[in-house]
Structures are given as C-alpha cells and as structure tokens.
Design a protein around this ligand. Structure first.
Ligand SMILES: [Zn+2]
Length: 396
C-alpha cells in the first residue's frame, strides 16, 4: 500500500503528486536537472471530505520516502510521516475560526531551517482559508522566497480570493480534487476500515462523497441518530410555529454536539493550566502568580470558545448538507434524473414530496438551504439564518 492509498477516486492528483515526489527525490540525490519538476508551494482544493488534507499529508510522506520518493508506505520515512511523528513535517490544524499571525510567524521561522533528515521540510496548513490577513502576509513572504528544501502544502475549499489571497495563489501549484463517487468511498470503507459492504454502500451514498463523514455514519450510532433527526425536518414543517420549533431544535442539536465533543478536553486543559500556574498554593509568591494566571486563563477560555463556535458551525453545516440531500432527492425524482438518491432511507418521503411540489418550488427550497449556509459562513447569527431557511422550506 503506497502513501496515496487512502486518496479515494483521485487518480489525476495521485499521478501529479507521484511525479513531483520522484523529482524531489532526484533533487535530494543531487540531480540539478530535476529542479524544474518540483514546486515549493502547493494548494489542494476540493469539496469538504474529498481528501484535501489526506492528499497533502500523503505528499508530505512521499517527500520523506527513502525509496526514490515513490511513497512506498513501508520505509521509516513513510511510516513516521504517516504516523504524524516525522521531525521535518509540521502541521497547522486550526481549532478555532482563524489562524493567527503569531502562529504563522513561528511556523515560517522554523520552516526556514534545513530539514533534519536531509530531505525536505514540509509544512501542511489545513483550512488555509482561515488564515487572517496578517498571517497570510507572513506566509506569503516565505512562499515568495522559499528556503531551498522547504515545501508549503495548503488546503482550501477553492482558489477563490475569499479562500486564499490572489498573491499566494499565484505562487502555488494547484491540485484540484474531485468529489469521489459513492462506489469509491464504499470501497475504501470496506478495505481500510473493515466495514460490511452493505453498510459501507449506504453510508457512502448518505455522506455524499465525504469519506470521513461516511466512516462516522457507518461506525457511530450517535451520528446516525443525529442524521435521522435532521431528516424528519421536512415533514415537521406544518406551520410558522413548527418552523421556529424546528430551527431551535437544529441549533440546539448542533450546540449539544459541539459541547459533547470538547467537554472533556476543555476541563482537562483548564486543570492542566491551573496546576502549571500553581493554583491552590499559599504565600506571597502564589498570590503574584495567580494575578498573572488570570490573563492566561482568559486566553485559554477565548481559545476554547473559538473552538466551540467552529465545532458548532461545522455540526450545523453537516445537518444542512444532509437536509439539502433530501431536497436534491426530491428534485431528481421529479425530474426523473438518472442518478441515485442520496438518502435511500427517506426515498419514500422524497418521492411523495416530488408528487406534491413543482420542481421550481423544490429548487427554491434547495436554494434556501444554500443561502443559509452562506449566511452563517458570513457570520449571520445561526438562529436567524436557520429560522429564515425553515420558513422558506415550508412555503416553498
Ligand atoms: Zn517509503
């Protein structure tokens, strides 16, 4: 199994990356003619779940491969890289809503040093669309004049200026990833995760090509029941009051999911910080330390709040994608489009709705969901955006 094995349904990208990794290995071996075939900055784009970070991580691993950069998946370089412990690979995985300038400056500084393993320094930045402007500028300097053996791997939804600055984009080679087919997703769930084929097929279709989400649906009963609750929304919208109730339920479910995801981590982080700061100590020294500690605790609370908000938005977005899948099913049923429905378990409801609604009104409902996702992305209060959406879903 090569390092690219988990990059589902992305043959073009795998070929591009394999070729570049092989050229990179020739450069390490002293072949100056290979310089032109390697690029120091890359952007991986594609819809959520298509494997942007999987691709970036696999490429970073192939750059460390000891067997001519093939990314064999077996040598020490590949192994430590895939395990996340390779000394020359740094990951930026933002927990909150943005990646700040200080984090980026520190990273750029460390990326400027020579790789300890003698191959390449790789910097993987997930969600590079969350770089603040200042952080983007710090990164731009490094991308403009990269150290000779440093590679920057950025993951963003697209190369739209909202996602990545035009100047950074102009310095990068872009690897577009596709939404993998349901068959390809099901295949990897069976092979890699040992999931039963029928469950894998259902989860792959229900997740709409999102590999990580498909795995969660196949494995996690909580994720499955949250999805089922979301799919009851269309039939519950019987009046204005019901719309507001459905909106509250959706928001509360997202809040609960986010709170559950981080409750333990939050408490553990706080306890660790309090201990480090000597909480509970007595005497003049301890009092002085506690005064400085208040600021650090405030910082921690701010970070945790940002992480919670992000996680809540992600949970809400997953619900909206599931909901959009239902209205898409209605639309393809009324148009008799020759494609598979997303939610096989609500096929009876979507086909009943297709008999009742005109394609135009179904399309308006789909658009209401897209508008809601965009509004939330642009910081409209989720409750307000979701309430407006529910009313539009009801009216059609
Ligand atoms: Zn290898």
């Amino acid at each position: 199994m090569t390092v690219f094995a988990d990059l589902v349904g992305q043959d073009d990208a795998v070929e591009t990356l394999s070729r570049a990794a092989a050229a990179a290995a020739r450069i390490v071996a002293g072949d100056t003619g290979a310089q032109g075939a390697m690029t120091h900055a890359w952007i991986f784009t594609g819809p959520p779940g298509s494997g942007r970070s999987v691709a970036a991580r696999a490429f970073a691993a192939a750059l460390q491969c000891e067997r001519d950069g093939v990314g064999c998946g077996e040598c020490h370089g590949c192994h430590t890289a895939l395990g996340g412990t390779h000394a020359d690979i740094r990951y930026v995985v933002p927990e909150g809503l943005s990646i700040g300038v200080n984090e980026m400056r520190a990273l750029v500084l460390r990326a400027g040093t020579a790789p300890s393993g003698g191959r390449w320094q790789a910097v993987v930045i997930e969600d590079a669309d969350r770089l603040t402007e200042a952080a983007g500028n710090a990164l731009l300097k490094a991308v403009e004049e990269p150290p000779p053996r440093t590679v920057f791997l950025l993951c963003t939804p697209s190369t739209h200026p909202d996602d990545i600055s035009v100047t950074i984009r102009s310095r990068c080679r872009v690897v577009p990833l596709r939404q993998p087919s349901a068959e390809a997703v099901a295949e990897v769930l069976v092979r890699r995760d040992g999931i039963a084929p029928d469950v894998a097929s259902w989860a792959a279709a229900a997740s709409q090509g999102h590999v990580g989400r498909a795995k969660r649906l196949a494995r996690d009963t909580d994720a499955r029941s949250r999805r089922e609750a979301v799919l009851t929304v269309p039939r519950r919208l019987t009046g204005v009051g019901a719309c507001f109730d459905a909106a509250s339920a959706l928001i509360e479910a997202a809040e609960a999911e986010a709170a559950a995801a981080f409750a333990e981590t939050d408490a553990a982080e706080r306890a660790a910080l309090e201990q480090a700061l000597g909480a509970g100590g007595t005497g003049r020294g301890a009092t002085g330390a506690m005064r400085g500690a208040a600021g650090q605790l405030k910082d921690l609370e701010k970070r945790q709040k940002s992480r919670f908000t992000r996680s809540q938005r992600d949970a809400l977005d997953r619900a909206l994608v599931d909901l959009a899948g239902f209205y898409r099913d209605v639309l393809i049923t009324s148009l008799r489009a020759p494609v598979e429905v997303v939610h096989t378990d609500t096929a009876a409801q979507s086909s009943a709705a297709a008999g009742k609604w005109s394609p135009e009104s179904t399309l308006r409902r789909l658009e209401a969901i897209l508008a809601c996702r965009e509004a939330i992305e642009q910081n409209v209060k989720p409750k307000i955006a979701v309430e407006a959406m529910m009313l539009n879903l009801w009216r059609g």
